[in-house]
Design a protein around this ligand. Sequence first.
Ligand SMILES: [Zn+2]
Ligand SMILES: [Zn+2]
Length: 211
Amino acid sequence: MRLPYPPGARSGDRPAAAKPCSTCGELTGRGYPSCLGCAEVVDQLWLADWLALLAAERVSAGTEDERSLAAQVLLASDGSYAWTCTDWALRLLRCEECGGELGAGDPVCLSCAAADASRWSWSESAPPGSLTPGEQMLRLAVLALRAPQRRRVSAVSAWRLVVPFLLVGDAVTSAQLRGIRAAVLAGRYADLALLDRVVELANLPLLPWRR
Ligand SMILES: [Zn+2]
Ligand SMILES: [Zn+2]
């Protein structure tokens, strides 16, 4: 029997440090989801939980049974499955309204908006510690990169910059994220991308001549 609110993204392997991806050359995670090297490292945290669920339910990947399980996960009450499994289930299903990935399709699709909103009720009702701030940030970042058309360009860029640090378990505060987004809006993305610590990104002076 599963305990309610099983944690997510804790059984996969996280990189030990933010390092350049051997496929795209950016810090690992920044090329998500188009770079296969970055995608493998990021998705692995979600996939480990989904594969464990498949094994527990005796369901094979890539089958119609897997899609049925995905639908079952989405219909279950909050806390029945890990949040990573909810995200993966959404990925396995197509939106009937816009044809995109369920919850991540057309920006104006109401069906996707509802599916995306429902995934967040897990973290609202979960007991403390079920989802750490770092896990919540990683979830937000990865979802933003999967559905950039549903967010502002500057927000997506800020998430892209911090993903490598969230992956290794570094803390990124909302204030730091706002600072990074402000620097992105000031046209400093390329400078930010060269830095290798979150504090440096968050403290980049917005006006270069004041350095
Ligand atoms: Zn990459
Ligand atoms: Zn849709």
